[in-house]
Design a protein around this ligand. Structure first.
Ligand SMILES: Cc1cc2nc3c(=O)[nH]c(=O)nc-3n(C[C@H](O)[C@H](O)[C@H](O)COP(=O)(O)OP(=O)(O)OC[C@H]3O[C@@H](n4cnc5c(N)ncnc54)[C@H](O)[C@@H]3O)c2cc1C
Length: 365
């Protein structure tokens, strides 16, 4: 009998799982409380990388994730993803040397560039730094567009999308998850996947489980459109930035490699935007810049900064919550769907199981 999987959340993680599960023959329903990509996936910088990682397993997961983006494009045809490469001088001196050595020894494509080489690669940069690391295989994706693309492809494979209907609870029967409750009625399922980003803890709480999450508010900003100028993802000590196809420059307000270190935004969005604009002007002096759009976001960041993926202590309830979803989404879609379709644990997911928090905070039912 075909299993019915209900996925809660239509961000990149829910969309990628829905696509691969429906491709594998499962009956899939995605239930989204708002619109697709209305959470973090619609407010992301979209940098696909493995130059940043928290440990060796995490590095290998991210390397595999780059490959998974290419596999997805091979399956689906043109996607809103491109591979311009990244130039990083976020670290300088010994720290930059150490990253270069670590990544080179791990076999990751990286070059150390001089100022002249940086100027040749990125001529639109008015004041290139003395040195930078070049990650030629890294990319960017329009994460909202990719999310919608995957949902559309999933729907084409028979998945059902229910939008604007928040899930208010997980239903249980005989000690296992049996579906979800919504204001519009119950939906029965053989398996429920929580891919609700920062909404996950509220769904787990009534079951007696708590998922520790870091509170990481962020602002993502877009400037007025500029003539084509920058071709790489630029990772500077002041800011991460890149120019989008429509000419606008996109930047999260704070530097810090995909994770704002603060648990609150201490200023108004206008003050943060003004501050970020000043830092951007220091990187692009002499260029007319103004903000056109600021979007507030909450990074879905589990308590130790690593993904949380796998079965919970409630049979039939599966969890998939993480930061770096722009990088990891397509890979997570493949790994999770294989686990659910074949019932076989994917070794690459072993370090990220929800029960690692069990002693601290995920109570056994
Ligand atoms: C400013 C910023 C910059 C980032 N930059 C990068 C980057 O450069 N590279 C990178 O790899 N990652 C980056 N990320 C992280 C990445 O965007 C996220 O990891 C990813 O979007 C998470 O996707 P998701 O599907 O898990 O969550 P979300 O996109 O938040 O989706 C969860 C969905 O679940 C829905 N939902 C929640 N609760 C319920 C409920 N009860 N019922 C029904 N629906 C519900 C929400 O409405 C939402 O649509 C960035 C994030 C931010 C905020």
């Amino acid at each position: 009998m075909t299993r019915h999987v209900v996925i809660v959340g239509a961000g990149i993680i829910g969309a990628a799982i829905a696509f691969r599960l429906s491709q594998g023959g499962a009956r899939v329903t995605v239930v989204e409380g708002a619109l697709p990509a209305s959470g973090a996936s619609g407010r992301s910088f979209g940098w696909i990388n493995a130059s940043f990682s928290l440990n060796e397993d995490h590095f290998l997961l991210r390397v595999a994730a780059l490959t998974a983006h290419h596999a997805l494009a091979a399956d689906l045809g043109p996607l809103p993803t491109s591979w311009p490469g990244a130039l990083s001088w976020e670290e300088e001196g010994a720290a930059q040397d150490a990253t270069f050595t670590r990544l080179t020894e791990a076999g990751y494509p990286v070059r150390r560039l001089t100022r002249t080489e940086i100027a040749a690669l990125e001529p639109g940069l008015p004041a290139p730094p003395p040195t930078a690391l070049h990650f030629p295989t890294e990319g960017v994706t329009d994460l909202a567009a990719l999310t919608r693309h995957l949902l559309q492809a999933a729907a084409g494979q028979g998945a059902r999308l229910i939008l604007g209907v928040p899930v208010t609870g997980i239903l249980t029967r005989n000690g296992a998850a049996s579906g979800v409750r919504t204001a519009e009625g119950a939906i029965a399922a053989d398996c429920v996947v929580i891919a609700a980003g920062t909404g996950a803890p509220a769904l787990l709480g009534p079951l007696g489980m708590t998922l520790p999450m870091l509170h990481r508010p962020a602002l993502i900003l877009r400037t007025n459109p500029l003539p084509p100028r920058l071709s790489h993802i630029l990772v500077t000590p002041a800011l991460e930035l890149r120019q989008e196809a429509d000419g606008r420059i996109l930047a999260p307000t704070s530097a810090g490699h995909q994770g704002d270190s603060s648990d609150r935004l201490s200023d108004t969005p206008e003050a943060l935007a003004a501050d970020a604009l000043a830092r951007l002007r220091s990187i692009l002096p002499g260029i007319e810049l103004d903000w056109q759009e600021t979007l507030r976001a909450e990074r879905p960041m589990p308590g130790d900064g690593l993904p949380v993926v796998g079965s919970t202590s409630l049979p039939g309830l599966y969890l998939s919550v993480m930061h770096s979803g722009a990088t990891l989404g397509p890979l997570i879609g493949s790994l999770v769907s294989r686990e659910l379709l074949l019932g076989r644990a994917e070794p690459m997911l072993a370090p990220y199981r929800p029960d690692r928090f069990a002693r601290d905070s995920i109570d056994q039912l």
